[in-house]
Design a protein around this ligand. Structure first.
Ligand code: SF4
Length: 276
């Protein structure tokens, strides 16, 4: 009974945070350029531990170099490597991405993964997770961001950090454990698109305000809902800058293409508000 109450409280807080972020972050309504599941898989594998603009550039280079995912699937790692050198763990990814594509082809003769849409989300996640190098984050991205548009929450490091500080999940949970805890807490009426926009909003909050080292609690739009507000060491004193950044979050011109793109550029500090 106590666990149910805790669950209800976390679910209520999660929904309230989402509503608050909806008030301050302007997201475009729909993504226009969804990739096929196989293409999304490649992009998301490239994106592990890598800034989004770098993985996107590497993905574009791969396609230009090999012409198709079929060609990429039979490419040796040493020929893939030069095209993705800018992403982290490029040597590992150069081997794993073609191998993953070969594994998919071996299972179904081609790279058509649309059959996943016919499976329960949990089964589809397990199928994707059986591919070497595909963790829960990449698997969820394939289901949610691609043309499949299935209800699976993508949990990146920003999402895990923010939800831990909001006391919705315990600290240091893996993406897998956090996913299993968070998914049942999402409002039952949320669609795949709602789940995707929730991911984008939490990620923006993590990138712009709830930084790893110096969360800007004084200007955080969800501080009234956050048990960690003001608890953590506050060394960030440039509240004027922080406020300006949050105003950028609400600026539609800056966020044009938010859900229709695929990347968020965290390096420059500018909000492109695009998701992988
Ligand atoms: S109040 Fe502080 S700790 Fe809580 S979400 Fe906002 S920035 Fe993060």
């Amino acid at each position: 009974m106590q666990e149910v109450l805790f669950s209800d409280a976390r679910s209520t807080r999660l929904a309230a945070v989402d509503r608050r972020l909806t008030d301050v972050i302007a997201l475009s309504a729909t993504r226009q350029d969804r990739l096929s599941p196989a293409h999304q898989l490649v992009l998301s594998m490239l994106g592990n531990r890598t800034y989004d603009h770098q993985s996107r550039a590497a993905y574009t280079q791969l396609l230009a170099a090999f012409g198709s995912l079929e060609n990429l699937s039979v490419a040796p790692a040493q020929s893939v490597m030069p095209h993705i050198a800018a992403v982290n763990f490029a040597d590992i990814k150069a081997a794993r991405i073609p191998a993953a594509l070969r594994q998919i082809r071996a299972a179904g003769d081609d790279l058509d993964m649309t059959f996943l849409a016919c499976l329960p989300v949990s089964v589809a996640l397990s199928w994707l997770g059986s591919i070497k190098g595909v963790g829960r984050k990449v698997a969820a991205a394939v289901l949610n961001f691609s043309t499949l548009q299935m209800p699976a929450l993508v949990l990146d490091s920003h999402h895990l950090r923010v939800c831990a500080r909001l006391r919705i999940i315990p600290e240091h949970y893996s993406a897998e454990r956090a996913y299993d805890l968070l998914m049942p807490l999402l409002p039952a009426h949320w669609t795949a698109a709602d789940i995707e926009s929730h991911h984008v909003k939490i990620k923006i909050l993590g990138q712009q305000v709830c930084h790893h080292a110096q969360p800007k609690c004084p200007v955080c739009p969800v501080r009234a809902l956050c048990p960690s507000a003001g608890v953590m060491a506050q060394t960030h004193t440039d509240s004027a800058l922080a406020r300006a950044e949050m105003q950028n979050v609400t600026e539609p011109a800056v966020l044009t293409g938010t859900v229709s793109g695929r990347q968020e550029d965290t390096e420059s500090g500018a909000i492109h508000a695009r998701c992988r």
